[in-house]
Design a protein around this ligand. Sequence first.
Ligand code: ZN
Length: 371
Amino acid sequence: MRLLCKHCGCSYDTEKDPFIWRCACGYSLWADYSATFRKSDIRREDLSMWRYDKAYPIKKTDVSVSFGEGLSPLASICWMGRNLLVKMDHLMPTGSFKDRGVVIVINYLKNLGVTAITEDSSGNAAASNAAYAALAGMDCSIFVPSGTSQGKLAQTRMYGAQVHEVKGSRDMVAKAAQENIGNSRYAGHNWHPLFVQGTKSAAYEIWEQNGFRAPDNVVCPVGNGSMLIGAYLGFKELLNSGEVAKMPRMFGVQSANCNTIHRVFHGLSVDYSPAPTVAEGISLYRPVKTDEIVQIVKETSGSVDAVSENEIIDALKSAGKKGLYIEPTSAVAFAGFSRLILQNVVSENEMTVVIVSASGLKATDKILTLL
Ligand SMILES: [Zn+2]
């Protein structure tokens, strides 16, 4: 498989460089891989994300490490008087959407004989990598920001990973992980080019669960954008395969306290001081795929918005009253959807999907302070 840098145009061959995760120029790498997928390609006997394995660079026959991830429910709720479909990825094996990408990366590394990995995360990817590494029999070393929700830390430690809490920004956490890889391999989900090949699976599931149609709009929280990028790539493949008639508009939502992509999208200065946010999962000052995300959102006629802490907390509580116990990061997307309604960006007869990033059970210590 070839890996491409969209910044400088360099490409790499995974046969020669199986462990490369960043271009020599410092920018991120993308797998030069796009599937053609038809309804008849679904493995109907498989009730997991692997029923769409023709869409991934790793096939079901290559997978030895799996919890049967995927096929999370697509619930229909009423939000501000509108019908809303909710992709409930808080019900994935480790309680977050990250399992979709991690299962691809871990199996890729396992098949190369890797026995130890290092990862940095704000918490969800930490738990996910730790769980899949445990199942794979790999050693796992995780770097997290100090102050990460106790639920995520307890979960990661329960899976047997070594957890290193790092003081400072999320970017400093990533740097600490990359400088302390030792004899392991770096599995950083924000960087690894195969991660978004797994998060594509959410688009395939939404397509099938929605009667083999694309929704009009997809709304999701955006930190480093792997959920938004995956959904875009999946629907793009379905469009190119003739299985959906149009692309959904992609709407990314950030916290106003940490909103680099929002600023770039709107042509604002990115020279700012990020402030703490209750949405810890998207608290990234320097996302590694900012330009690509902005391009995706513009291509689909979507937008990137940024919501206040009060809007996030209000949306979290409103989601709870709909029976959804989600982490505050996920509430960012619901707050964004509320704005889209108020701004008449989405009309009454449009079909919108909000993707949930993770379970509220991971952030109970923080949610308790908001009640
Ligand atoms: Zn490059």
